[in-house]
Design a protein around this ligand. Structure first.
Ligand SMILES: NC(=O)c1ccc[n+]([C@@H]2O[C@H](COP(=O)([O-])OP(=O)(O)OC[C@H]3O[C@@H](n4cnc5c(N)ncnc54)[C@H](O)[C@@H]3O)[C@@H](O)[C@H]2O)c1
Length: 259
């Protein structure tokens, strides 16, 4: 018996590597998984994992409602929502008002709208669970990044608000904050060089490397399962120790006084 046998799960933005890690873990636990994404090119990979692909722009209320209606028709239920869709639309201080609104629309507002549309079905489930994907960027300043960290901080707070108001319906809501994770962006920026990516990440992750998408997926699958039945309103760090480390990093500083 899988921990998610018989449940229907929606993963927004599941077309790329981290999404695949989450989708695979949910499938492995026994859930039927539907990926909602605008990335048609990613549809093939999603189908090959064994999930369903529903072309959906999460900023469109009509498309989100059609997605939820389609899942109701096909599976008769919706138990789990994983809000993972994100844009890295960020030009720091140069970001225009229109870009700010677009970034917050995908990264924050759409999470709320997807949950709003899914709510009647989540209420009908006796295992309703929502997982909002945030980031270590929610808690620290990063050079030339304004919209993304602000949006991810808002996700952590939105999660608390959702958890409070959905608790009477038996729906749990948590956020998950990855550190650097092997992903489409890192694959592209490093030219597919995982070793170099691990080396760059090593000084600010206690595990000395980036996480694998499967390591995000396994925690996601746990948080939406009954094994986490007492966990709600929490932000789970899956960051290889990034957030445990202070400015001194893991290099002893005191000996430098005597050098
Ligand atoms: N890459 C990392 O190291 C890292 C670190 C911390 C947190 N995260 C978080 O993990 C999640 C996945 O990140 P990623 O790096 O894999 O990003 P990604 O850009 O590879 O994937 C994001 C997905 O969201 C989809 N998307 C964007 N706008 C959409 C819209 N309007 N409607 C539907 N889908 C839309 C994209 O098509 C894409 O498939 C994000 O929530 C991100 O904030 C990533």
């Amino acid at each position: 018996m899988g921990s998610l046998d018989g449940r229907s799960a929606l993963v927004t933005g599941g077309s790329t590597l981290i999404g695949h890690g989450v989708v695979s873990a949910l499938l492995e636990a026994g859930a039927e998984v539907t990926v909602a994404d605008i990335d048609e090119a990613g549809a093939e990979s999603v189908l090959s994992l064994g999930a369903t692909f529903a072309h959906t722009d999460v900023t469109s209320d009509d498309q989100v409602q059609a997605l939820v209606d389609g899942m109701h028709e096909r599976f008769g239920r919706l138990d789990i929502v994983v809000n993972l869709a994100t844009v890295y639309l960020d030009r720091g201080i140069e970001t225009t008002r229109a870009e700010w609104i677009d970034a917050l629309n995908v990264n924050v507002v759409s999470m709320a709208m997807v949950v709003q549309a899914a709510l009647p079905l989540l209420r009908d489930s006796s295992h309703g669970a929502v997982l909002n994907v945030s980031s270590v960027s929610s808690k620290v300043a990063q050079p030339e990044r304004w919209t993304y960290p602000a949006s991810k901080a808002a996700v952590v707070q939105l999660t608390r608000s959702m958890a409070m108001d959905l608790a009477p319906d038996g729906i749990r809501v948590n956020s998950l904050s990855p550190g650097w994770t092997w992903s489409r962006v890192m694959d592209q920026l490093s030219g597919g060089d995982r070793d170099r990516t691990d080396q760059v990440a090593s000084p600010f992750h206690l595990i000395g490397r980036v996480a694998d998408p499967a390591e995000i997926g396994s925690v996601a699958a746990f948080l939406v399962s009954d094994a986490a039945s007492a966990v709600t309103g929490a932000d789970w760090a899956v960051d290889g120790g990034y957030s445990a480390m202070g400015p001194e990093q893991s290099v002893p500083a005191i000996p430098q006084l005597m050098a």
